[in-house]
Design a protein. Sequence first.
Lengths: 498, 222
Amino acid sequence: MFNSIRFKISVLFTAVLGLILLVYSSYLYFNLSTFVYYEVDKNLTAKIEAFEAIIEEYATYLEPDSETAPDSLARVIELIANPKKEFFQAPKIKELDQKWTFKIHELALKRDFIVVYYPAGDIAIKSNNIIDDDILAQMQKSFTATPHERLFIQDVISGELKLRIISKPFDRFGRVQYILQLATSMDDVLFRIKRRFALIFISIPIALIVMSILAWFYVVMILQPISTITKAAAAITHKDMSKRVTQTLADPEIKALADAFNNMIERLERSFQYIQDFSYDVAHELRTPLAIIRGEAEVALRRDRSAEEYKKALETCLDETGTMLKMVEDLLLLTKLESQPHAISFEDLDLNAFLEEFYEQVKIIAKNKSMIVSLTVPKRSKKIHANKLHLRRLFFNLVDNAIKFTPAKGKIDIIAEYENKHVRISITDNGIGIAQEDIPKLMKRFFHRESPELATEAGHGLGLSLVHYIAKVHQGKIEVRSVKGKGSTFSVILPVVG
Amino acid sequence: MRVLVIEDEKRIANFIERGLKEEAYVVDVASNGVDGLFQATNVTYDLIVLDLMLPDLNGIDICREVRRAKVNTPILILTARDSVQDKVRGLDSGADDYLTKPFSFDEFLARVRALLRKNRAVKTTTLRIGDIELDQLTRKVKRGDTEIHLANKEYALLEYLMLHANQVVTRTMISEHVWHEDFDSLTNIFDVYIHRLRKKLNEGFDDQLIQSVRGVGYVLQG
């Protein structure tokens, strides 16, 4: 369960999603708080500029020249800081007061703390809402740390209150007259940010749980074809290999898997069929000599016989045993050639010397059937890379066939000639020939040439298979040309070394 | 009893022929399908032993052809093929029995006997006509309680007469089923054997069991 692909993929999906959400939320949080501070600062700047503007207006009206400035400005400041406390009857003042009152509402200045300092540091005025001494102390502290010639923003904490303070020098007649300071509580803003993010962070686990469930089902769904394949694989045994995975609607990847699986079964089925056919053939071929041995022995034992008759029966049995032994040996060699060709050792052979030695042996065999054998070799001998024993076997099998399928007093020609980087050694007889349709089947195991007149001459059906495989391990090939009734030519084409 | 063996493997045909001959059967061997089919359809046999894998004709086809030619001789298929499918095909093509190589010769002989009594009313291995008793297994012949020793040909002749008791058995029939057909049925060799057989059977008895039908053949009266 915990090791299953379903589990792993679900966990992976969930983890990746969790990480993405976490990173994204963090980014969002910092981005949003930066934005909020920016907004707050913009707001603070706007407030302090509006404050400055209104002072400027009052001052312009009340203090047209620099001489009287400080005193009257002090009045203005006081007036501004605590509107409606004092009342100027002048209509212009009334208008300015109304404007200021309106501004206070518009900019929500009532909740902000305002302090105006003399450049020396003394407080000129402060808004009435500063009751807490600590707030004033914090604001003064901020003022002390403030460079007085330009706008400055700073965060301070007073008790549980988070304040953002903006300070701005107020210039008039070419010098700094006052320092305006405005502090606003950040609690509201921070609370809103926090609440938003609390919501986001609570939603993350919920998203993850939903995601993991969805991922689980999704993975189950995409893995469905695999379980189909598993079922099909489980249904396949060596007795029934006909089952295939039929997954037509699957994804390309699963389809490729199903195809590969089907192909593998196909190949296995073919191999099994091949082995089955092979075992059947072997069993079948061994049956005939076994039947002869058994029958011969049984018939011999049915009654008392002369020594001569027993001898004959035993000879027949021995002959058949020899046939079987030869067949088994050839089968083993065939298996070796087929399955482990690399285990065969090779040496450089002088072609002419090899053929001449072989020719001497063949002459003796051919003599018994009064046949004429000839050998033609190229003038200049080349070397071939070969296993002498196996190669001799190859040529012997071909010549043996030529002798078998050629009536007495026939003629067999062995001709070797070079063709580019190869040598072609042809063995031509003037025997009974092979039917065209039989030529492709010649190299198959246990293929017997069905010639009634020579049925008894036929071997055990492995000779040409051996020829084929020996040529193959020598990187060579066999070519057969034949005309029925006229004779056959078997050509062995082998690569030459130099 | 005349048996045709159609088998291309010389050595197998050889021991079957010898074994059957020793059991007093008359045996012909055909080493290929064409000859086999010709003999099976042109000579009257009591049994055909047929190999399925022949170099020229398929055994199954031979079987079909023989049946098509209205020859009802029992056919025993002898082959190295042992799959159920092969057996079914062989039997369905008209054969009566199927034996796979390598086979026990005793079993082979038992199947031959079984097939030979297939069309006979009494399906025992002991034949009884009058007081003559012939055991096909031991090949012992008794008249009453007296055992009579017969040579191979004499036994085959008596067996054939007993199997066709109360019928006239012509000289041709005898030449075909007890001797090879290449014997001239006009020679007096049958008379010689009939004479010997009569002598052996009648020793100590008065009645003449085998009677001659002039110009036709013989009859064994039950």
